[in-house]
Ligand binder design. Structure first.
Ligand code: AMP
Ligand code: GLY
Length: 426
């Protein structure tokens, strides 16, 4: 049940904590820093870029974070990634009396279990691809041998950091995928889903929601494939742009009426505590929008383009949302565009190389959000897959795109890769 809310005044906030270490969390902190919070900011664990905005704490598990938070008075906590949400961090921190942006672990299953999300959508007739669930290798293999020719959409039901989805060209590639995945039999704990292959353009819809009402953020599009080659592997996301102006007002209304309203109503009906962001990944098919996935947090790299173009006092919004309140029914239309290009280490997503030095020369009208970076003495080094998100800003997408690639060109980062087609020909 949703309890009645008596909002706490902003003056009760003693500090801000952002959980996560990616470019998304860097952008969340950057957004709050624009409206000058009067309290200390922390990140757990943060990264080398975040250090310029917040104190980075070497805390990794929900228990460590909850223990640190316990002594701190009334914190505003914004949880960036899906994993701590699935592990129940929001519930634990809420029990301790903190103001938390992030849904309950019950609601987080909309992302952490694709089978949970699919059955939820079927229960409420939310448009999505047809699907079947497999809980063991042999049955899945027989299905592939018997039934199907390509393209075949295969998804791990569990969380897999954007790498548990393969759109296989044919049976051979599908069999190779399941053989590869089956070296870890825990993949069958929550099973594997085979989905009907949908065709169309993709769009990322984000709303701020208290589990009853919601407010749209601007639309964004991300680029999930490693390269422009449509057969390259899926990644966490290699680039994004916002706003998206190729969707008509009619399409938006359909998305609102057929997807967002019924999903939020269903969340309320099932008594899920939800105070945070709902991200709906959609495919605009010839039959209308269909849900590809739910995420229970902001997208990465979508956040890096959304926050800089939305001129709102983020700290106030998060503080209110953490208490179940939405400050306005509608957000102002952005008067800027943003294009994000992710610079990743060579070898990403399979085996990223690490330890390369990065040398940054800042160019105007661009932002650099860090992910897997660390300081080693005076040097900035890469520590993992997606390392930096470079964001260009401008009045129109074309200008934003030019600035983003100018900034990419001003970064000396050997053994890195990025896509050069982000926001091209929109
Ligand atoms: P997901 O994590 O479920 O959003 O899947 C990652 C990406 O795989 C999506 O952004 C799509 O590009 C692609 N994809 C997922 N499901 C389908 C589908 N049913 N048909 C076609 N492409 C899909
Ligand atoms: N950009 C896709 C995601 O955050 O899952």
């Amino acid at each position: 049940m949703h309890e009645e809310i008596t909002p706490l005044p902003l003056s009760r906030m003693t500090a801000i904590l952002v959980v996560g270490s990616g470019a998304r969390e860097h952008a969340i902190l950057w957004g709050m820093a624009q409206s000058a919070p009067l309290v200390p900011m922390y990140a757990a664990p943060g990264n080398a870029g975040i250090e310029s905005l917040a104190t980075c704490l070497p805390l990794h598990s929900p228990s460590e974070i909850a223990a640190w938070a316990k002594e701190r008075g009334c914190l505003l906590v914004v949880i960036g990634p899906e994993m701590p949400l699935a592990e129940g961090l929001a519930d634990r921190l809420r029990e301790q009396g903190h103001v938390v942006v992030g849904p309950s672990s019950q609601a987080a299953q909309l992302e952490s279990s694709k089978v949970f999300a699919k059955t939820f959508m079927d229960r409420y007739q939310i448009p999505t691809a047809q699907w079947q669930w497999f809980q063991d290798y042999d049955t899945l293999r027989h299905y592939l041998m018997r039934e199907e020719t390509g393209p075949l959409v295969i998804k791990q039901s569990r969380l897999a950091q954007g790498k548990g989805v393969v759109v296989a060209r044919d049976r051979q590639e599908a069999l190779a995928t399941i053989t590869d995945w089956s070296t870890d039999m825990t993949v069958y704990d929550d099973g594997i889903i085979m989905e009907e292959c949908l065709h169309g353009r993709e769009v990322s819809v984000h709303v701020l929601t208290n589990g009853k009402d919601y407010v749209w953020l601007p639309l964004a599009q991300d680029y999930k494939r490693l390269s422009a080659d449509s057969h390259s592997p899926n990644t966490g996301g290699m680039g994004a742009y916002a706003p998206v102006d190729w969707l008509s007002p009619w399409d938006r209304q359909i998305i609102d009426e057929k997807i967002l309203r019924p999903v939020v109503d269903a969340i309320a009906k099932e008594h899920m505590l939800y105070r945070g962001i709902l991200y709906v990944g959609l495919m605009m098919t010839a039959e209308g929008p269909k849900v590809l996935e739910f995420n229970v947090r902001l997208g990465d790299p979508e956040t890096q383009v959304l926050i800089p173009i939305m001129n709102i006092p983020w700290t106030k919004w998060w503080w209110a949302l953490g208490q179940g309140l939405l400050l306005q029914r509608q957000l102002p239309t952005p008067n800027q565009a943003a294009v994000a290009v992710v610079m990743a280490s060579d070898g990403y997503p399979k085996r990223p190389v690490t330890g390369q030095s990065i040398d940054i020369r800042q160019v105007p009208e661009s932002l650099i959000f860090h992910a897997a970076t660390a300081h080693q003495g005076e040097r900035l080094i890469a520590q993992g897959g997606r390392v930096l998100t470079i964001v260009g800003l401008g009045d129109i997408l074309k200008t934003a795109r030019e600035r983003s690639y100018q900034q990419v060109g001003a970064i000396d980062f050997p053994q890195s890769q990025h896509r050069s087609d982000i926001a091209e020909n929109i």
